[in-house]
Design a protein around this ligand. Structure first.
Ligand code: GAP
Length: 463
């Protein structure tokens, strides 16, 4: 696809998301709020299905992984121990010509120079100076930037602070969910049957003062993460790491993303404590970008929290009596990025035989926000409406259903195609005689007659 076509594709996805109730800009009636979005009625269903799929793959299907739901607020020292207060920042420079404020790691990357947001101000400044001619302002295309300054990404709050001075004793909205996992390592160990190697999984909100708010829900200021931290013996860490790398890549294929739209990216500049860091990238309409990080974090996190809290976070192996600080293998992905990947993969514009066009979201069935739509052929025929309502009431015990009696059947099919509903059932006059309905398949558009008493079984087989 050409660059223009890809931009158009992105615009179409954004506009469908709003028009069909997947994603709304936050506080839109007040002009919106940069990099914050709300999920509408179909969006929240899709997001819930994404979270359920992740939870199943991580917690339900692994008997050595347990769940957790830690708070958004934590003791401020957590963020000192983790290194976020001192070093969780984005490098920014201002274009001296048009005053556009650019993320320097991003503009360097666009010029083919690898930079990492974790580099120091001096390191990244040097890269910018050394590559002065190559690096262009995304707005005016000139190459005349100010010095790089790092801006901290942590979002502050005044929770529990009654001094009126925010800087005195700041508390933070969590910048990543995994810190809640590290600080509960001992609690989980003492309260469950787990033994090293074991994992703790969590889904929850995270907040970052992202400077460049671009690319729709790809980079939000309030977002949701699905993180799993595996605690392992130091000697086993790379073996477990490779195992999880393979599992996480396969997970996305099983989720319905095409293999050719996924690839690995190795971090070129490893942060000092990391043993290995690879990202799974997805081919979004704006290019291959990070979807998930799979990182071997060494013993850094538990060591830091031990130091700052004064609590011993080592593990005593009950069999060998060996005492050690476990190493951590992390898998970390955003709900929102998975949402955008799934939406991109599903978005299809089709030309039909009769010359008309349809937009259809070909979601994998398990992720579809609505599984079944039930239509009475005519809304002014009470006997049809009553029969359709009865079917809707029965099926909605087990499936997310939608009842629609508005407009002609063709229009109703198009509406369901646009939200990715796998099956539409129509109750017509024959249904009153033969106790069957017409079932229309979203992808093939084929219609078959199925007896009402077999509907439940048919749907169970197909989901
Ligand atoms: N605990 C490690 C960690 O937080 P990260 O690479 O900063 O690492 C992990 O974030 C994942 O969280 C990313 O791969 C991405 O899927 C998601 N993510 C990070 N920042 C995000 C943002 N501003 N908006 C949406 N998703 C984000």
């Amino acid at each position: 696809m050409s660059k223009k076509d890809l931009e158009k594709l992105m615009q179409n996805i954004v506009s469908l998301s709003k028009r069909r109730g997947f994603i709304f800009p936050s506080s839109e009636i007040y002009g919106g709020f940069a990099a914050v979005y709300d999920y509408g009625s179909y969006g929240v269903e899709l997001a819930n299905n994404i979270k359920a799929a992740w939870w199943k793959a991580m917690v339900q299907k692994n008997d050595n992984i347990v769940g957790l739901d830690s708070s958004i607020f934590m003791h401020p020292k957590v963020w000192e121990a983790s290194g976020h207060v001192g070093g969780f920042s984005d490098p920014l420079a201002e274009c001296k010509e048009c005053h556009f404020r650019a993320r320097v790691d991003h503009i360097l990357e666009e010029a083919g120079v690898f930079a990492d947001e974790k580099m120091s101000e001096a390191e990244i400044n040097k890269l910018l100076v050394d590559n002065k001619e190559k690096v262009k302002c995304p707005k005016c295309s000139k190459s005349n930037f100010s010095e790089v300054k790092n801006f901290n990404l942590l979002v502050q709050s005044n929770l529990g602070n009654f001094t009126g001075d925010w800087d005195k004793k700041p508390t933070y909205l969590r910048g990543e969910t995994c810190q809640g996992i590290y600080v509960n390592f001992k609690n989980v160990l003492d309260s469950t049957r787990v033994k090293v190697p074991f994992g703790i999984a969590q889904i929850g909100k995270a907040f970052r003062n992202e400077i460049t708010a671009r690319q729709f829900i790809f980079r939000k200021r309030e977002f949701e993460q699905m993180e799993m931290q595996m605690f392992v013996h130091p000697n086993k860490s790379m073996e477990v790491y490779e195992d999880w790398r393979a599992k996480r890549f396969q997970y996305y294929i099983d989720l319905g993303l095409k293999k050719e739209n996924l690839k690995w990216h190795e971090h070129e500049n490893l942060i000092f404590y990391a043993k290995a860091a690879w990202d799974i990238e997805y081919k979004f309409p704006f290019g291959f970008k990070e979807l998930e990080g799979v990182h071997a974090r060494g013993d850094y996190d538990l060591t830091q929290h031990s130091k700052f809290s004064g609590k011993d976070l080592s593990y005593l192996d009950p069999k060998t009596n060996e005492k050690y600080i476990p190493h951590i293998i992390e898998t970390s992905v955003g709900v929102d990025r998975t949402f955008l990947a799934v939406l991109t993969e599903a978005y299809t514009e089709e030309k039909l035989e009769d010359g008309s066009e349809r937009v259809v979201l070909k979601f994998p069935k398990k992720l579809a926000p609505v599984k079944v739509a039930v239509f009475p052929l005519l809304k002014n025929k009470p006997e049809l409406v009553e029969k359709a309502r009865g079917i809707y009431n029965n099926l909605s015990d087990n499936f997310m259903c939608e009842f629609d009696d508005n407009g002609n059947i063709g229009k109703r099919y198009r509406r369901q195609d646009e939200i990715g509903t796998p099956y539409c059932l129509t109750v017509d006059f024959d249904s009153l005689e033969d106790e069957s309905v017409t079932v229309r398949d979203r992808d093939t558009m084929k219609q078959t007659r199925i007896s009402i008493k077999n509907l439940e079984e048919f749907l169970k087989e197909n989901f």
